[in-house]
Design a protein around this ligand. Structure first.
Ligand code: MTE
Length: 340
């Protein structure tokens, strides 16, 4: 799969991450329950969701918190239960659905509510429950947070959450709960396993044997990231190094609701940097493609990329700065060693 082949990823190429088998849900049997701290708890059918609220479309990148985990395993092993993702747990789609805020306003949010919990209709063997999680109410009320039923102008496929999923742009993928069956307004974050234990960030000193699961930071907003998609590490074929010029291409994603401002590439392990060209317009919620041509003498070189966003953020320099035993949110400078 060519990650950078299109700005909007064709559905067959979109990454998939599911913690349980895909539930089989018939459209006419589907119900969304809205409860908790609301004036009018309600139950909505798919048809009511599709016909009763304005349609909203958002183009947004979805990124798993485990993106670039493989690089972290080079420092020290990561929890064996985790998928060893490279740079492939990221894709972009045009999502269509209803604004979560429209549903919440219809239900009437009570003043004590501070978090919006989602619960999926899947059955995770380990927890005997669906995958759930929550986002702060302020985020839930943003215009581009959706309950999506469409992906790239077609109905969601079952693997991507048919008939309805949350779409929380700028947040780790786990908060975009698929097959969402219940939305609960609550005082505190969700106590579901995937919010209260998994998808938590621990300091680098913590190991699986010593972890206190009540500690750690619940992941939410994604940090800025960028990485090289080509060339891959190794020896370059001679046709790619004609006259010593190598085309380097990659992807950058701003943190949270920011936009990418600049991407820089180094061909000498970070001693000197040049600006890469952004080949797609930087846009909120969406990845941005970049490229640069490097002149390289025969020999071994370490290419390094780093990005800057409109919130003034850039990436940490070293993998050791971000290592954590679950291998989440690696956004260190991305390094690729090549020989010319
Ligand atoms: N929602 C449910 N109900 N069950 C899941 O296993 N996986 C989450 C999220 N939503 C998941 C879920 C994770 S970890 C990610 S990264 C995204 O869905 C992946 O969405 P995708 O499979 O459509 O790419």
């Amino acid at each position: 799969m060519q990650l950078r082949a299109a700005l909007v990823t064709p559905v067959p190429n979109f990454f998939v991450r599911s913690h349980a088998p895909v539930p089989v849900i018939a459209a006419d049997a589907y119900r969304l329950h809205v409860d908790g701290l609301v004036d009018q708890p309600c139950t909505l059918t798919l048809e009511e969701l599709q016909q009763g609220f304005p349609v909203h479309t958002v183009t947004a990148t979805l990124q798993c918190a485990g993106l670039r985990r493989r690089e972290l395993t080079a420092l020290e092993p990561i929890d064996a239960a985790e998928i060893v993702w490279d740079t492939d747990a990221i894709s972009t789609a045009r999502w269509t659905g209803v604004r979560l805020s429209d549903i919440l306003r219809r239900a009437g949010v009570q003043p004590a509510a501070a978090h919006v919990g989602f619960l999926g209709l899947d059955q995770v063997a380990k927890t005997q429950d669906g995958l759930g999680g929550s986002i702060p109410l302020a985020k839930a009320l943003e215009d581009d947070v959706l309950l999506a039923y469409g992906m790239n102008d077609a109905p969601l496929l079952p693997i991507h959450g048919y008939p309805l999923r949350a779409l929380v742009p700028g947040y780790i993928g786990a908060r975009s709960v698929k097959w969402v069956g219940r939305i609960t307004l609550q005082v505190a974050p969700s106590t579901n396993h995937f919010q209260a234990r998994a998808y938590k960030l621990f300091p680098s000193s913590v190991r699986a044997e010593t972890v206190n699961w009540d500690e750690g930071e619940m992941l939410g907003v994604l940090p800025i990231n960028s990485f090289i998609t080509s060339p891959q590490a190794g020896v370059l074929p001679t046709n790619e190094t004609r006259r010593g010029a190598v085309l380097v291409q990659g992807i950058a994603l701003a943190g949270g609701d920011a936009v990418i401002e600049r991407v820089e590439l180094s061909n000498d392990s970070g001693q000197s940097w040049t600006a890469a060209t952004l080949t797609s317009p930087p846009q909120q919620w969406m990845w941005c493609f970049w490229e640069a041509t490097c002149s390289l003498s025969p020999g071994s070189h370490e290419l390094v990329v780093r990005a800057f966003d409109s919130a003034g953020h850039t990436q940490p320099m070293h993998l050791a700065d971000v290592w954590n035993f679950k291998g989440y949110v690696n956004n260190a400078y991305h390094r690729v060693r090549i020989s010319v």
